[in-house]
Design a protein around this ligand. Structure first.
Ligand code: 5GP
Length: 129
């Protein structure tokens, strides 16, 4: 069965999209640590990031870096943290999280955003790509 992220790539589940190219896709995390929390995924569905072939792994990190730089330009934060967890969704993904304090990186504190706020922050990030 396709992962929830493959369904997002295929447009079967909606998302707040940031960017895509032939191999990678970026969109806002639906349960963000902080506003702007973004996920970058390979279109190829592989569970663990360490199981990606080297080209896809390096491509994903390069794509994530490009999105992180746009986030740093769009969002007032100290820096964008880059984290890999993968305990919930078995489709490799990189978390990009705008950070001001350590608790923003812990996944213990979440913010709830309205659809309009998701749309606005996604547009802000896209405008810096
Ligand atoms: P992890 O697998 O790294 O532990 O966490 C998966 C992340 O995916 C979580 O931060 C969760 O909020 C996010 N997530 C899970 N399902 C969806 C979804 O349907 N849409 C979006 N945009 N994010 C999701």
């Amino acid at each position: 069965m396709p992962s929830i992220f493959t369904k997002i790539i295929n447009g079967e589940i909606p998302c707040y999209k940031i960017a895509e190219d032939d191999h990678f896709f970026a969109f806002l995390d639906i349960n963000p640590n902080v506003k702007g929390h973004t996920l970058c995924i390979p279109k190829k569905e592989i569970d663990k990031i360490t199981d990606l072939d080297e080209e896809t792994y390096l491509g994903l990190m390069g794509f994530s870096r490009k999105i992180a730089k746009a986030m740093e330009a769009a969002i007032d934060c100290k820096r964008v943290g880059i984290t890999v967890i993968g305990l919930e969704v078995p489709h490799a993904h990189v978390h990009l999280i705008p950070l001001d304090q350590m608790k923003d990186a812990t996944f213990q504190h979440k913010v709830s955003l309205k659809a309009q706020e998701f749309e606005a922050i996604a547009a802000q990030i896209r405008s810096k790509l």
